[in-house]
Design a binder for this molecule. Structure first.
Ligand SMILES: C[C@H](O)[C@H](O)[C@@H](O)[C@@H](O)C(=O)O
Ligand SMILES: [Mg+2]
Length: 392
């Protein structure tokens, strides 16, 4: 079966929520005194936007085939990622057969290795790779999960990330992941407040509902170990991304010293098979959490997921809407998925990448059955103010 060649690769930027989901208005739970590595500076403690968590904005990648079929994807990256897509990565796609995903990925990665390897460059590569899978699904008239080997279960099951795990329980989610609000710079008082918040939520949700802390890289090993042991009294299921993504040694020790039965998780800011090989071989965590829009895309996540599977480690992607759903439903070592509560008070289910994806599915009663629509099953909302800064 011959496929039409790739004619155009286009990169757009968009502001205001969507794939750069931290780019929200004032008063949103996701920007309310959440502990980060910048919390050591009091002026950057109240708001993550104050230090620039939303500085990039959304990258939209569009790939058009010679027959006019268009695949697209959204991720975090904004203008700098758009520059990399248009000025560097596009040369490995335009004029090429869209089925050559492995060769295209290899050329994108190794041509940028001298300035990439992780972070923004791999976000850009991920966006291109996701758009390519969307295009392939549309050309083959198959959903992406069919390209990945098909479903291993009928529906997805979700935990919710947000400020209100008590409401998440009422909505049917299997657990609630809370942002950690206080880091080491706020001392014992901050630690006490963290535990009080957990105790309050445990009281509201009862004994069996999963509760987790998301620490967003904000802690040191000693604080994380103390937090884990104090939180164990309230049945914390996992402590997430407690340390710097580069501190493999700290994660190794945290996992060794964590209370029996508590899971240590990380990975959303890790990238490529090599980064996750380090996490797995150093036994840094019980669950890896790559973001498919940041770790290298579907082509790389296949390799990462198989590494984890071979070691009996769960791979639960960081919340990335349909882009992770199509992957999770095809993997036995991905038994559930994350749903990020993007309503400002975390009190209702709204599409995670709203308003960018038309037809974006959301969990109902904590569950979701994916449609068999081609590609990732969504269309780009062209009313969101697409800007193409490096048009060629
Ligand atoms: C809630 C966390 O602080 C982050 O905002 C969240 O995006 C990420 O860490 C997650 O795991 O969802
Ligand atoms: Mg996280």
């Amino acid at each position: 079966m011959a496929f039409p060649v790739i004619k155009h690769v286009r990169a757009f930027v968009v502001r205001g929520g969507g794939a750069d989901y931290h780019d929200q208005g004032a008063g949103h739970w996701i920007d309310d005194h959440i502990a980060t590595p910048m919390s050591r500076y009091p002026e950057y403690r109240q708001s993550r936007q104050s230090f620039g968590i939303n500085v990039l904005g959304t990258l939209v990648v569009e790939i058009e085939a010679a027959d006019g079929t268009i695949g697209f994807a959204v991720t975090t990256g904004g203008e700098p990622a758009a520059y990399i897509v248009e000025k560097h990565l596009s040369r490995f796609l335009e004029g090429r057969d869209p089925t050559e995903v492995e060769k295209i990925w290899d050329q994108m990665y190794f041509s940028t290795q001298y300035y990439g390897r992780k972070g923004l460059v791999v976000n850009a590569i991920s966006g291109v790779d996701l758009a390519l899978y969307d295009l392939l699904g549309k050309l083959r008239q198959e959903p992406v999960y069919a390209l990945l080997g098909g479903k291993v279960r009928d529906e997805l099951t979700f935990y919710a990330t947000g400020a209100r795990p008590d409401l998440a329980k009422q909505m049917g989610f299997i657990g609630g992941k809370m942002p950690l609000h206080h880091g080491p710079a706020e001392g014992e008082e901050g630690l006490r407040k963290n535990i009080e918040e957990l105790a309050t939520m445990r009281e509201r949700v009862g004994e069996d509902f999963w509760l987790m802390f998301d620490c967003w890289m904000s802690l040191d090993l000693n604080y994380a170990t103390k937090l884990a042991h104090k939180a164990h009294e309230y049945g914390l299921k996992w402590i997430e991304e407690a340390l710097s993504p580069d501190d493999y040694w700290g994660y190794r020790d945290l996992k060794k010293n964590a209370p029996t039965g508590m899971l240590v998780t990380t990975g959303e800011h890790e990238a490529t098979r090599w980064g996750f090989r380090m996490l797995l071989e150093m036994e840094c965590c019980d669950i890896i959490q790559p973001d498919v829009g940041w770790c290298g895309g579907v082509t790389e996540l296949i390799k990462i997921a198989n590494l984890a599977d071979s070691k009996g480690v769960m791979m639960i992607p960081h919340g990335s809407s349909v882009y992770s759903y199509h992957f999770v439903i095809t993997r036995h070592n991905s038994p559930f998925a994350e749903f990020l509560m993007m309503a400002p008070k975390a009190d209702e289910v709204v599409p995670m990448f709203h308003p960018q994806l038309i037809g974006e599915p959301v969990p109902v009663n904590g569950k979701l059955k994916l449609s068999d629509a081609p590609g990732f099953g969504v269309e780009l909302n062209r009313e969101v103010g697409l800007h193409r800064p490096y048009a060629r």
